[in-house]
Design a protein around this ligand. Sequence first.
Ligand SMILES: Cc1cc2nc3c(=O)[nH]c(=O)nc-3n(C[C@H](O)[C@H](O)[C@H](O)COP(=O)(O)OP(=O)(O)OC[C@H]3O[C@@H](n4cnc5c(N)ncnc54)[C@H](O)[C@@H]3O)c2cc1C
Length: 363
Amino acid sequence: MSGKSSDLLYLTLWFCTTNFVKQNQATDSKKNICSTLARDENFTFRAAYWAELHGLLYRALLPNTVLWGHLFLSFSVSDDRTSVRVMAKVIQTDEITEIVGDLLIGADGCLSAIRKYFLPDLKLRYSGYCAWRGVMDFSGNETSDIVMGLRNAYPELGKCIYFDLAPGTHAVLYELRKNRINWMWYVNNPEPELKGNAVTMKVSSDMIEKMHKEAGKIWVPELARLMKETEEPFVNVIYDRNPLERLFWDNVVIIGDAAHPTTPHGLRSTNMSILDAAVLGKCLEKWGSGNVNSALEEFQSIRLPVVSKQVLHSRKMGRIKQGLALPDRKTFDPKSASPEECEELQQKKMPFFTNAPVPVIST
Ligand SMILES: Cc1cc2nc3c(=O)[nH]c(=O)nc-3n(C[C@H](O)[C@H](O)[C@H](O)COP(=O)(O)OP(=O)(O)OC[C@H]3O[C@@H](n4cnc5c(N)ncnc54)[C@H](O)[C@@H]3O)c2cc1C
């Protein structure tokens, strides 16, 4: 844990008891209309705050399981392959500390240093587009022009996740609890140069101004205004990676974005990470601490086929929605798409959407 618990308001998706609606719609900013392309009335997902998700996980752990403010530096596997020694820096004191365990689980995100150790030449694949992102807090302004305008243009806000599609681009919009609206806008462009170890890009005021101008040309006025009035919008550069051939080496395993960096269009990257952790936990429980290798074998055999297909499907969905070329179909145009093409936008087309396998545990 780096100790930087992000409060960013992301779309994190879980199964939930109340139904959400998901709507893909074509935007015509000249006529100021949106027409439905695909709609799912039983979209059993919902958005959550990172802080709440982290809190839930943290409270489920035994005290002192989490070492805050420790920066992972390096690791080594013992000669007999039964233990792993990790070196970490305590950020507050700069002290270097050593931690020895049976197993190292690399859950260190899409730029994983642990994955890099085994696959030093592996590069992420730039998707061809970046996402402008922002969250507007309208606490105390619930009846302001902008909020009422949005509620008028997007009448199901609060129980619907809207995907607005225009030729060669798409945007996502939904309301979060506590009076906030989260939006993303995917823009095709050459790969930008990133500084440091991050996939988030610093943006200049010129870039923001240009984004506002473009939004006015592409989106309905209410969405363009939301983008304009959101403080501190930022850019995520979107990457993924062809599926790996393996997820563990001796007693080091990678999970989550470290194991399968993915584009966000499957709306399930967090679910994938959570399921990895759940399946790994079950496998370790099943095989016991004396048989870590068998547990990792089973974990890999269950999760690798699932996450591999999901990463590639998400990539395909991103390319469809961004109007990018695909080998097996013509470029998607929301203005002229056939019903069959629109059906492809449905989230439930994701492989293993409702039936991701779990380990069999005999009782
Ligand atoms: C534009 C965009 C939209 C998205 N939308 C969705 C969505 O709708 N639904 C969804 O489910 N997901 C979405 N995601 C993806 C989601 O955020 C990730 O899939 C998820 O966070 C992966 O979880 P993880 O735990 O594997 O990695 P991360 O959340 O990246 O966590 C890795 C952790 O490791 C820590 N770390 C890294 N290196 C070190 C080190 N050396 N020492 C100590 N700590 C370290 C980091 O600080 C971080 O806390 C989206 C992502 C993007 C970019």
